[in-house]
Design a protein around this ligand. Structure first.
Ligand code: HEM
Length: 114
């Protein structure tokens, strides 16, 4: 089964709009990566003030390959916040890893495969 990688971003209230705009301008950044299955940017409403960057991958290797290649190119300078790059909107980031144990989709949805 797939692996879920969640990047947990702590974002000061006044930086939320900047963060969301930056993500919006990156639409299309992961869609063509091998083994990529799903992405959602989750805005906190209640219970936490951290944004979750939810991504799902075919397996750990697919995620690592994206991290080493496309992600490095598209995230360059973000973590440092220095140089000519704008400062990150988030004040900290941490990655959570999960295995998908079980899943369901509406019966009306087209079956995935197999
Ligand atoms: C689990 C996968 C991912 C990891 C590990 C990751 C990692 C990071 C890290 C470390 C930062 C810097 C945060 C900081 O400096 O505080 C960041 C920022 C960012 N990432 Fe990702 N990322 C992931 C997925 C994605 C995806 C799928 C997209 C695009 C669709 C994306 C777009 C961005 C953008 C736009 C920022 C800048 C946010 C800001 O201004 O602070 N990331 N990411």
């Amino acid at each position: 089964m797939s692996v879920v990688k969640i990047n947990v971003l702590t974002v000061p209230a006044e930086q939320r709009e900047t963060l969301e705009k930056r993500f919006a301008s990156r639409a299309g950044a992961v869609e063509n990566s091998d083994g990529f299955e799903w992405f959602e940017l989750l805005r906190p409403v209640e219970g936490t003030d951290q944004y979750l960057v939810y991504t799902r991958w075919r397996d750990e290797a697919a995620f690592q390959a994206w991290m080493e290649g496309p992600m490095k190119a598209s995230h360059q300078g973000q973590a440092q916040g220095g140089g000519e790059r704008p400062k990150p909107a988030s004040s900290s980031a941490a990655v959570w890893t999960f295995e998908v144990v079980q899943q369901a989709a509406p019966a009306s949805a087209a079956p995935e495969e197999g």
